[in-house]
Design a protein around this ligand. Structure first.
Ligand code: SF4
Length: 435
């Protein structure tokens, strides 16, 4: 049993007013939790960058694990480390793999991930990357992310974001951006076309996006990103490394925004507009966009008001989603994350009631207890939680989302519709669950 979670469960209950849950701690030995390793965390950040090649210096298992990221499958190359490589070293194999893969597949930059085995045998990935770079004349960037370098995926997010500093440094300040309202979006991963929705909204304000880290960017965009006038931080947990780096090095201010939820979207647009001195334009856009969704949204709010929701997901979205559910008039009865930080729980804390359970790094047993004791009308989470909830007869909403963007006004309507569809699905009238 997870000792962090025990503190908030019914048999030893800690209510919200008693404080935030212990977070960012090592998992208890023996507990099967929902976390993944730093290598996979690094894959989540770097996988979407366009025109790049990803070499995984690893046994084949790590590579298999790292090809699916946010439900999308990516082409990756593994060095397929075998016993002989462990004994004699895998550097030559890595070098040949980089050169041959680039010959076959091309790419404007190469990321080379070091996993547990080559890190333990001491392969010098930095030297090999430099040697390959001399031949290929494109950036070959080592990503040091063996599974043992941290106790959850968040360490990999940090390593991967920091690996991008080099590309940012190599970029140039360009005249073409000088007189434009240009921003970067940092910590947005474009799972179901969210980036397009956000960009469309910003374009209506006359603002252009240079790079979206990393859901919608190329190597060129990353290099150009230092030309932005403002960095919009969508996911603080993963985005802070790049945003802080650009603030310290290039004096680019950062603004925490969220385009998930009605109040969040309105507030973010107004905050951005205030920065650029275009508040009137923002008010018009907000009015116009809200008008488009108003009538349908009213129906969903009527149907969903007072319904109970539980959630367990990646760290930084817990605060954002609690606020979005509040916009729908729903009651959040439990909030959990695989690797939430103190700030993440604080963001959620301000949106929930006194008897809401806040739990970090919950195990399967912890989640079952939450299902039994809080009886949510819907549960929100990832694939690992989905079938557990359904077996308990609890409607489920996948997050990250499966089909439609949840960002902006249109995204909020999608979100409301998906929640409504899950709760009111006819199947729940046909099955009776007792637990
Ligand atoms: S923990 Fe190590 S061996 Fe396992 S997938 Fe991660 S990098 Fe590979």
């Amino acid at each position: 049993m997870n000792e962090n979670a025990v503190k908030v469960l019914p048999y030893k209950i800690t209510l919200k007013r008693d404080g935030l849950p212990l977070s960012d701690k090592k998992s208890s030995p023996g507990v099967v939790n929902q976390r993944s390793c730093p290598y996979y965390g690094a894959r989540w950040i770097l996988a979407p960058i366009k025109n790049t090649l990803h070499i995984i210096h690893s046994p084949i298992g790590c590579a298999f694990y790292g090809q699916n990221v946010r439900k999308k499958r990516y082409t990756i190359i593994s060095t397929d480390i075998q016993e002989a490589d462990v004994v004699y070293g895998g550097e030559k194999k890595l070098y040949n793999t980089i050169i041959e893969s680039h010959k076959e597949l091309g790419g404007e930059a190469i990321f080379v991930y070091i996993t547990c085995v080559p890190a333990l045998i001491g392969d010098n990935i930095e030297r090999i990357s430099r040697d390959a770079e001399d031949i290929l004349r494109i950036p070959v960037i080592p990503v040091f992310c063996p599974g043992f370098c941290g106790y959850h995926q968040s360490k990999g997010h940090e390593i991967a974001m920091k690996a991008l500093f080099r590309l940012i440094k190599e970029g140039e300040f360009k005249k073409e951006f000088k007189d434009k309202l240009v921003v970067n979006i940092i910590g947005e991963y474009n799972v179901c076309n969210e980036t397009k929705v956000i960009k469309d909204l910003l374009n209506k304000l006359g603002i252009e996006v240079i790079a979206t880290f990393t859901g919608d960017c190329s190597v060129e965009d990353v290099k150009n990103s230092k030309n932005a006038k403002l960095n919009l931080v969508h996911c603080r947990r993963t985005g802070k490394y790049i945003a802080n780096y650009m603030e310290d090095r290039y004096d680019i201010p950062q603004l925490k925004v969220s385009f998930i939820g009605l109040r969040n979207t309105k507030k973010s647009l107004m905050d951005i507009a205030k920065f650029f001195g275009i508040e009137d334009r923002a008010r018009d856009v907000i009015k116009e966009e809200f008008e488009k969704i108003k009538d349908e949204l009213e129906f969903y709010i009527k149907k969903l008001k007072g319904k109970k929701v539980g959630m367990f997901m990646g760290a930084s979205k817990i605060g954002i989603l609690t606020s979005a559910f509040k916009d729908l008039g729903m009651e959040v009865v439990s909030v959990g994350s695989q690797f939430g930080s103190f700030e993440d729980y604080l963001d959620a804390y301000i949106n929930v009631d006194d008897n809401t359970i806040l739990v970090d790094d919950a195990s399967k047993i912890d989640l079952e207890l939450i299902f039994k004791h809080k009886k949510p009308d819907i549960f929100v989470g990832g694939t690992k939680e989905k079938y557990m909830a359904l077996k308990f007869g609890i409607p489920f909403l996948s997050f990250p989302q499966d089909f439609y963007p949840f960002t902006g006004f249109i995204g909020f309507l999608n979100f409301a519709r998906e929640v409504y569809k899950a709760i009111y699905h006819p199947i729940w009238r046909m099955i009776e669950f007792k637990y």
